[in-house]
Design a protein around this ligand. Structure first.
Ligand code: KIV
Ligand code: ZN
Length: 515
């Protein structure tokens, strides 16, 4: 059977989604899960863009050994050198270099003529090939490029040593039938095409990224680039889980095999959603909360009689059965550890002790601890926080100005310090956020705030996600607690800590205040 390779770009294109700012530990955690999911290639980042990106790609290259690790580089020497430095320790490294090929991009963005672009592509692939055997070449904005020109540039790239050529629909402009014909035409015009793998990379601006990728499968491509939950620039990339389940469910139509372990899909999707703070819409295909729910009486009746009446795939096939795990305040170390292992969570022995302590505190407040609670607890063990919540006091009511006093611990080398400020605002959460802004000495602009229960039941924990703008940078944060004010504070602090970690802000106001 023909096999399609999955090239996952959650950590590169996905990380370019507005609001997503993963730290190194979070990226490594996701990369390890992608390895379990069975992707063939992990695009771990774009090393030239920042020291943080460089470091994350290097750490992933050293630690994730079963999967090819790719690093992105523009078709420029400094990018390629940096990409190579970052991935050189990988078991199976790949340099992914790109240059734009559409008339619009060449004229306005690159200010180069087509011959100069051909020259630069040749130079870039040759340089990459002098470092590593596996070289991918992408023609950015390919779907709006001239098909003859693409044939020329890909032929040159192959001659220079490319092993994979990638045809991106960078702006999500293509239509499925048209894209399939286009990919076929490009392949027909490319010399040496039989020696390389052909790949597509589709964006979702018109909601067609998955459809376009699947259409390209029909004309003989070998690799699909995609991201978990469809993360990526603007409307995102093709959603990995949708392509995987389409190929799996409709094997009769495509006759395609993949390396994806479908039972890891649900776990991977929720991990990416939790760590990025990017919520999944409830009616999202495959991984949305409602994807396997049947509401109408007729449907429920049908499913009770025979599931296949309304289910084309089972929740178990994407690993949803794990939600049955239930613990309580009498559960001991052993039971908690076993549940953590069953959920495939990555918690080292020294982190487990802290997790168990947090579990006991939570179990005092909440009768039933579910899989969603365990996921939430495990995530917090990976957070590296410069600022953490010590205490909060809020005064609120319908006849007074809501006022908040917030105490934070600031990790400051050997001089940990407590920082305290008070503020008032339009509501209790606004007052608390203002007090935090006073502590850090930077005004965050709250772009988005949402609150929901992490699972069903009256005592479910509240999950708050926020998107905050600090200067030119947007970061998402997520906080969970049995108290919604505390969840709100944790979410804001999560965003603040990410911005601190990225070096986008620093704690300017270190003076202690006596209130
Ligand atoms: O969308 C795009 O064209 C890209 C390339 C770098 C492959 O992300
Ligand atoms: Zn892209």
């Amino acid at each position: 059977m023909r096999r399609i390779e999955f090239f996952d770009t959650t950590l590169r294109d996905g990380e370019q989604s507005p609001g997503v700012a993963l730290n190194m530990e979070e990226k490594l955690q996701i990369a390890r899960q992608l390895e379990k999911l069975g992707v063939d290639v992990i695009e771990a980042g774009f090393p030239i863009t920042s020291p943080g990106d460089f470091q994350a790609v290097s750490i992933i290259a050293e630690n994730v050994r079963q999967t090819t690790i790719a690093a992105l580089a523009r078709a420029e020497a400094k990018d390629i050198e940096r990409a190579w430095e970052a991935i050189q320790k990988a078991e199976s490294p790949r340099i992914h270099t790109f240059i734009a090929t559409s008339p619009i991009h060449m004229q306005y963005k690159l200010r180069k003529n087509p011959d100069q672009v051909l020259e630069q592509a040749k130079f870039a692939v040759e340089l990459a090939k002098s470092k590593v055997t596996d070289v991918e070449f992408s023609a950015e904005d390919a779907s709006r490029s001239d098909v003859e020109f693409l044939g020329r540039i890909f032929s040159i790239a192959i001659q220079a040593g490319a092993t994979v050529i990638n045809i991106p629909d960078t702006v999500g402009y293509a239509m499925p039938d048209e894209f399939a014909a286009f990919v076929k035409a490009v392949m027909e015009r490319t010399k040496g095409i039989e020696k390389v793998k052909v790949s597509v990379h589709c964006h979702n601006d018109l909601g067609l990224a998955v459809a376009n990728s699947l259409a390209a499968v029909r004309v003989g491509i070998h690799q699909i680039e995609c991201a978990v939950n469809g993360l990526g620039e603007r409307a995102g990339n093709a959603a990995l889980e949708e392509i995987a389940m389409a190929l799996h469910t409709r094997k009769d139509s495509y006759g395609i095999e993949t390396g994806i372990v479908s039972k890891e899909i649900s776990r991977t999707s929720s991990m990416v959603s939790r760590l990025t703070g990017m919520r999944i819409q409830h009616n999202k295909a495959v991984v949305g909360k409602n994807a396997f729910m049947h509401e109408s009486g007729i449907h429920q009746d049908g499913v009770l009689k025979e599931r296949s009446t309304y289910e084309i795939m089972s929740p178990e096939s994407i690993g949803l059965e794990m939600n049955t795990i239930v613990l309580g305040k009498h559960s001991g170390r052993h039971a908690v550890k076993q549940s953590i292992e069953e959920l495939g969570l990555d918690v080292s022995d020294n982190r487990f002790e802290k997790l168990f302590e947090d579990f006991k505190i939570l179990a005092e407040k909440k009768k039933i601890i579910t899989a969603a609670d365990l996921f939430a607890l495990a995530d917090t063990q990976h957070m590296t926080e410069e600022l953490s919540l010590d205490y909060w006091q809020i005064l609120s009511g319908n006849n007074l100005k809501p006022t908040a006093t917030i105490g934070l611990w600031h990790k400051n080398g050997d001089n940990d310090e407590e920082l305290v400020k008070a503020a008032y605002g339009d509501g209790p959460v606004a007052a608390a956020y203002k007090a935090i802004d006073k502590i850090i000495g930077v005004d965050g602009r709250l772009l988005n705030y949402s609150l929901q229960a992490i699972d069903s039941g009256e005592d479910s924990q509240g999950e708050v996600t926020v998107t905050v703008k600090f200067g030119d940078h947007t970061v998402a944060g997520r906080g969970i607690s049995t108290d919604i004010i505390e969840a709100s504070l944790k979410a804001y602090l999560h965003a603040v800590n990410r911005a601190l970690d990225k070096g986008w802000i620093s704690v300017k106001n270190r003076e202690k205040q006596n209130i």
